[in-house]
Design a binder for this molecule. Structure first.
Ligand SMILES: Cc1cc2nc3c(=O)[nH]c(=O)nc-3n(C[C@H](O)[C@H](O)[C@H](O)COP(=O)(O)O)c2cc1C
Length: 222
């Protein structure tokens, strides 16, 4: 186990994965005076984008809202949820409906890294652009929502592992958000994630018993 110095000067052991997962809670009260340095935000985002995605198209895009005035503008759009202004940042996770436009550069980098041959890449890119470029909009939207959910979860765990807290938010007016922040049509909102230094722990929650949510081999009525 390695140790590291956090921004508040505390040395802590690199968090164990299972501990991070168990300790993550939705935190809704943040220290309004805490600023997460940009390099730490970048570390968190860099870890988040290791998430898997459909055909590795990585359709996630992030609008990182740090500016106090912009957070105040977001407040009424997000049902006046106070965490929007008090958290260090609110990350709007967006899904790019035209993520296939980056297929060429994604697969070219796989070739450059020696993971794929040029021939396989060319074939892959051609098919990917063809398929994703002609998907009906509801299908394309559903794909970016799934991929956006995966990256969001990974972002929240990465933040927790670095000693920060988060709350995912679906409680905001997506139309007003898109309008207020000038989000172009090709990007669909997935969720907002408030990220900051907790001023009050999140309240504990429970989960359904495992046996109520898991079906082994068959979904026939139990
Ligand atoms: C897609 C999604 C949207 C959510 N929207 C909100 C929200 O708008 N405001 C809020 O306070 N919590 C929101 N939550 C947090 C949930 O209430 C929380 O995850 C759940 O109660 C379980 O608690 P935990 O995250 O502490 O484990 C949302 C969670 C998800 C996954």
């Amino acid at each position: 186990m390695t140790t590291q110095m956090t921004t508040d000067g505390q040395v802590r052991a690199d968090a164990d994965f299972f501990q991070v997962v168990k300790e993550r809670r939705s935190v809704r009260v943040y220290d309004p005076n805490w600023t997460i340095p940009e390099d730490e935000l970048r570390d968190i985002l860099q870890t988040a984008i290791l998430a898997p995605s459909s055909s590795n198209l990585q359709p996630w895009r992030f609008l990182v809202i740090r500016d106090a005035e912009l957070k105040r503008k977001l407040l009424p759009i997000a049902n006046n949820q106070q965490q929007v202004v008090d958290a260090s940042a609110v990350i709007a996770v967006l899904g790019d409906l035209k993520s296939y436009e980056k297929a060429e550069s994604i697969y070219a980098s796989a070739v450059a890294a020696g993971y794929m041959s040029e021939e396989v890449k060319s074939d892959f890119v051609k098919r990917t652009v063809q398929i994703y470029g002609s998907l009906p909009e509801p299908v394309a939207k559903s794909i970016v929502q799934v991929d956006g959910g995966l990256v969001s979860m990974q972002l929240m765990l990465a933040a927790k592992a670095k000693g920060y807290d988060t709350v995912p938010m679906g409680g905001y007016n997506k139309e007003k958000f898109v309008e207020a922040f000038g989000v172009p049509d090709r990007y669909v909102p997935v969720m907002l994630i408030a990220l900051g230094k907790a001023a009050k722990e999140g309240h504990p929650t429970t989960r359904l018993p495992l046996d109520e949510v898991v079906f082994w081999d068959s979904m026939e009525q139990r």
